[in-house]
Structure formats: structure tokens, C-alpha cells
Design a protein around this ligand. Structure first.
Ligand SMILES: Nc1ncnc2c1ncn2[C@@H]1O[C@H](COP(=O)(O)OP(=O)(O)O)[C@@H](O)[C@H]1O
Ligand SMILES: [Mg+2]
Length: 367
């Protein structure tokens, strides 16, 4: 009897020790996956979360234990899984792989690794936030494209300039002579078209930036004021209200003329967008200093038509325009982008269709 009791006590002790060991080992594994800062979760065949790490649970303001056995897509407020999310159903095996996807405002590299474990098949998902890497890559790609295009356009622009000067000169000469009405009308058309070409070529040359910029410490508020003044006549004739919201900001090291060109390009674009929206126009100019990054930020906001999200990534591309043939060359923003990049700054855009658009120029404070 005592022998039996002893045996069962020993058995219980062994069990408890075993349990402790299992619990420890479980904890150890949880610690390991919690140490991973990428989002990790393991799904069963019904998309339910079998295991997950802290990083993923925290994404939804929860702890791993709170979301076990929850269908993962419910956490995203969805009724069915994302298109990239596959689990092993009906004996169909899936292979490991990675895809890049945008979820909410972040870009993720999503990798999937199937597990084949007796009858309990599962899939491990790891989501890596690559938003910043993607943005830098896009930026480098864009700068690359701009610099090769710059070399090409400057060559083309110079080649076109000479014959163009001939066309304009000779047409002017013909227009000064006696002409019948029809010929005069045709010649005037030739002349106007040639002048338009000249304007495009000039833009292309600015775009390829043949002239080195002359930088000096400048008061950005004053630059904006002078640019508005320069354009005052048009702004008045279109009844656009100008709002200034300036802070006292440190001097910035820029080429004054180029900076004026950037601001002017933004104003002209805003005017066009306002004319499309059909409401009373408003353009707001804000300047501020951000202490943390030591940058001066200039924001130009309009209440125009806005930019649809599908074309937003293209607006800084050279020759990209949504305007009719005579209204736009598609060079304004790429020139602005080039100029600001050369100053060591950055230009960004935010837009809501039907509400308006806001361009922010971020300049390093080196003045
Ligand atoms: N403030 C704005 N509001 C709405 N759309 C804009 C604005 N600024 C730029 N865009 C869009 O970006 C495109 C490119 O602008 P830009 O490079 O200046 O060339 P362009 O003005 O000659 O078309 C425009 O055609 C327009 O679709
Ligand atoms: Mg423009």
C-alpha cells in the first residue's frame, strides 16, 4: 500500500517536473518569437492564429494571448482574408514565397512558410515593414531617372534651339512684310507655335540645369512675398484669395531665382486646379521651423480639384501632365523637384480629391 502511494507520489512529482519543463520550453520559444520585431503569426487551415508574437499583437493594441484562435483578417476589420494569404486546404500544398503589399499606409514584405506536421498543417507568416526602404529606393530610382533625362534633354534642347531661332526670325520678317489676311493668319499660327516650342525648350534647359545655382542665405518669407507680387495681376484677375501664415524662420541657403521659380510653379499649378474646381479659390502659404530636424518647411495649400491617388506617384515625372496640350508641359514639378533636391531639401505632396492639394518643401537650415 505504502509502496503504491509512494509510486503514485513519485509519478505525480515526475509529471509536475515534466509539466514545468514543457512550460519553460514553451516560454522560451515565446520569448524567441517575441524577440523578433517583424510581425509573425502562424495560421491554421481556417486562417485562425495558432501562434503569434508580441509585435504582431501590439499592432492591434493587444497581447499574443488575446488573439489566439481569432481569424487573423478580423483584426484588420475584414470579412475575408487578403488576396495574398493562403492556407493549405483540401490537401493542396503551398510553397514558400514572398510578396510586397501595401496595407493601410505601410508597405510590407510578406513571406509565407508552410509547415507539414502530421495532420496539423499550418502556415507561418512573417511581415516585414519595408515602408522606409521602399521610399528610399523609389527616391533613388527617381533621382537616377531625372539625372539621365537631364543629360538627354539638354542635348536635345540645344539642337532644337538653333533651327527654332531661324523659324521665329524668318516668320517675324515675313510678318513685317505685306501679306494678305489668310497668309498673315497662317504665319501668325506658325509664329505662335514656334514661340510655344521655344518656351518648352527653355523649360527643358532649366530642367537639365545647365547653369550652376548661386546660393546665398535668404529670407524665405520675403522670397514668397516677392513671388506673389510678381504674379499678383493674375491672382487678382482670377479672384483667388491669398493667405499668409508665416513664422519667423532662420535664413535658408538657396538660389533666390530658382526658389522663386519653384514657388511660382506651385502657384500656377494651384491656379489651374482651382479653375477646374469651380469654387472661390484660396492659396495658403505657410512657413515654419522644425527644431528637431533643423529644417524650414514651406507649405503651399490650395482648395482646388485635388489629385487622384493613382496619378499622385507620377506628378514629379518629367513630361507628366493631365492638362490640355496648350496648358501644360509636365515639367513644372520635375523642375521644382530637381531644384529642391539640389538644395539638399525635399518636396512632398498631400492631396484629397474635391478638397485640395498641399505641397511641402523641406529645406535644411544652413543659412
Ligand atoms: N495643385 C495641384 N492641384 C491638382 N493637381 C496638380 C497640382 N499641381 C500639380 N498637379 C498635377 O500634376 C501634374 C504635373 O504638374 P507639372 O509638373 O507642374 O506639369 P503641368 O503643370 O505642365 O501639367 C499636373 O498636370 C496636374 O495633374
Ligand atoms: Mg505646372
Amino acid at each position: 500500500m505504502t509502496g503504491k502511494r509512494k509510486e503514485s507520489e513519485e509519478y505525480l512529482e515526475k509529471q509536475s517536473l515534466l509539466f514545468k519543463q514543457i512550460w519553460k520550453s514553451q516560454k522560451w520559444w515565446q520569448n524567441i518569437i517575441d524577440a523578433i520585431k517583424d510581425y509573425l503569426f502562424v495560421l491554421d487551415n481556417n486562417y485562425r492564429i495558432l501562434r503569434t508574437n508580441k509585435a504582431f499583437a501590439n499592432l492591434f493594441g493587444k497581447e499574443p494571448a488575446d488573439i489566439i484562435m481569432t481569424p487573423y483578417y478580423e483584426l484588420y476589420g475584414l470579412e475575408k482574408p487578403h488576396e495574398w494569404c493562403v492556407v493549405q486546404k483540401d490537401g493542396g500544398a503551398i510553397s514558400p514565397g514572398s510578396v510586397e503589399r501595401k496595407i493601410n499606409d505601410s508597405v510590407y514584405l510578406i513571406s509565407c512558410f508552410p509547415i507539414f506536421h502530421e495532420q496539423n498543417d499550418a502556415v507561418v507568416y512573417i511581415m516585414k515593414d519595408i515602408t522606409e526602404t521602399r521610399r528610399l529606393k523609389d527616391q533613388i530610382y527617381h533621382m537616377d531617372k531625372l539625372s539621365s533625362l537631364g543629360t538627354l534633354t539638354s542635348g536635345v534642347a540645344h539642337e532644337i534651339n538653333n533651327p527654332l531661332t531661324g523659324i521665329i526670325g524668318y516668320t517675324e520678317m515675313l510678318l513685317m512684310q505685306d501679306q494678305d489676311d489668310t497668309s498673315r493668319k497662317y504665319l501668325k499660327n506658325v509664329y505662335d507655335s514656334a514661340i510655344r516650342c521655344k518656351r518648352i525648350v527653355e523649360n527643358m534647359l532649366t530642367f537639365s540645369r545647365q547653369k550652376p545655382p548661386h546660393k546665398s542665405p535668404e529670407d524665405i518669407n520675403d522670397i514668397i512675398d516677392k513671388t506673389i507680387e510678381l504674379h499678383e495681376y493674375w491672382l487678382k484677375s482670377t479672384n483667388i484669395e491669398i493667405v499668409r501664415d508665416y513664422q519667423k524662420v532662420p535664413y535658408v541657403n538657396v538660389d533666390r531665382q530658382q526658389m522663386q521659380q519653384v514657388i511660382l510653379n506651385l502657384i500656377i499649378n494651384a491656379e489651374f486646379a482651382i479653375s477646374e474646381s469651380g469654387q472661390r479659390g484660396l492659396i495658403k502659404f505657410q512657413t515654419e521651423y522644425e527644431n528637431k530636424s533643423k529644417t524650414v518647411i514651406v507649405t503651399v495649400t490650395d482648395n482646388g480639384a485635388g489629385i487622384p491617388s493613382e496619378i499622385l506617384p507620377k506628378i514629379f515625372d518629367p513630361f507628366f501632365t493631365t492638362k490640355p496640350v496648350n496648358a501644360g508641359t509636365g515639367l513644372g514639378l520635375s523642375i521644382a523637384h530637381g531644384i529642391i533636391a539640389e538644395m539638399g531639401g525635399n518636396i512632398e505632396v498631400k492631396s484629397v480629391v474635391g478638397t485640395g492639394t498641399s505641397f511641402s518643401i523641406v529645406l535644411p537650415n544652413t543659412g
